[in-house]
Design a protein. Structure first.
Length: 329
């Protein structure tokens, strides 16, 4: 019996030692279980659609489900807050959108881009300048010449709610032209779709939503895009010039979507996710999905995305201060 006991003890010791040697390797294997990907906007929208194709392709790359969960409210503040508050273990990540560089200026949240671990930027859509096909303005220069000559508020624009990204795009454009922030009056709407309807109906002079959002109305022959506020033309809409080409003003801004996690994400997990996201971004499935919907694609790795958000935060702050929306210092 003592011999048997010694053999059992020895075998147990070997098993325990083996388990101890394997456990660090197991602990480093990521992901070892499903990952939650939080989307700060509702199901069916552009942010949701982009997140779901990313989640599907991440699942193929990393071998675990990436479950999309929509957390809406507070113009994106609720979902972003949930991402920031998650445990920094890589099992809750989310979509970061332009609003995270905007909401704190309005004192709607204390969150800023620095509350997150940036992983990658995958989408950027600059605003366009759209008019109805019945508009007398055939070029953005003709439109701008008329805006300059008109008294403030004579021209009306829309594309989103008061103080939203497309409103700030208009404010920044006016500033870049040396005009008052309120040179063109803003008519708040519940998004690009109703704004485009109002444009066609004649109650607006222009919209500054993205060209992909205006695409259906343009293709229906009811509107045309005169320019985009970007450094270069969008290859999906190659006939739409930039402001610099037509007005000589190098002004650009955008609505954007990236992937990030809570602050303090371990470097090995962040590196794994960024590498997988690069494979997702380069895949034909992702390119075809985004191109088919007219969404712009742009790649920034973690460091580049951090710099990008820093610049976006400064730009949004300047525009909000000019428009009188900023409540935070």
């Amino acid at each position: 019996m003592p011999g048997i006991t010694r053999r059992i003890f020895a075998a147990s010791s070997v098993a325990a030692a083996t388990s101890a040697l394997l456990s660090p390797a197991r602990a480093q294997a990521y992901p070892a279980r499903p990952v939650t990907l939080i989307v700060p906007w509702g199901a069916g929208g552009g942010t949701d659609a982009t997140a779901r194709i990313v989640a599907t392709l991440l699942e193929k790359e990393l071998g675990q489900p990436f479950n999309v969960v929509n957390r809406i409210g507070g113009s994106g503040a609720v979902g972003h807050a949930e991402i920031a508050a998650a445990a920094p273990d890589g099992y809750t990540i989310g979509t970061l959108t332009v609003e995270i560089a905007m909401l704190h200026w309005q004192a709607l949240t204390q969150l800023t881009p620095w509350n997150f671990t940036p992983l990658a930027l995958v989408n950027e859509d600059p605003p366009g300048v759209q008019v109805s096909t019945s508009s007398p303005y055939k070029t953005v220069k003709e439109l701008m010449d008329a805006i300059k000559l008109a008294p403030p508020g004579r021209f009306k624009a829309s594309g989103t709610g008061q103080g939203g990204i497309w409103h700030l795009a208009l404010v920044g454009w006016m500033q870049a032209m040396g005009l008052p922030a309120n040179q063109v009056a803003w008519s708040a709407s519940n998004g690009a779709a109703p704004a485009m309807q109002d444009l066609v109906a004649g109650s607006l002079d222009l919209t500054t939503c993205s060209v992909p959002e205006a695409r259906a109305t343009i293709e229906a022959g009811q509107a045309r895009s005169l320019a985009i506020m970007a450094h270069a033309r969008n290859p999906i809409f190659p006939d739409v010039p930039t402001l610099k080409e037509t007005l000589g003003v190098d002004y650009s801004t955008s609505s954007w979507r990236g992937i990030g996690g809570p602050k303090g994400l371990p470097p090995n997990i962040a590196t794994t996710l960024t590498a997988a996201l690069k494979k997702v971004y380069d895949s034909p499935a992702f390119k075809d999905f985004m191109t088919g919907r007219g969404f712009g694609t742009v790649w920034c790795d973690a460091g580049q995305f951090e710099t990008f958000m820093d610049q976006a935060n400064s730009q949004m702050g300047q525009a909000m201060k000019a428009a009188g929306f900023a409540k935070a210092p």
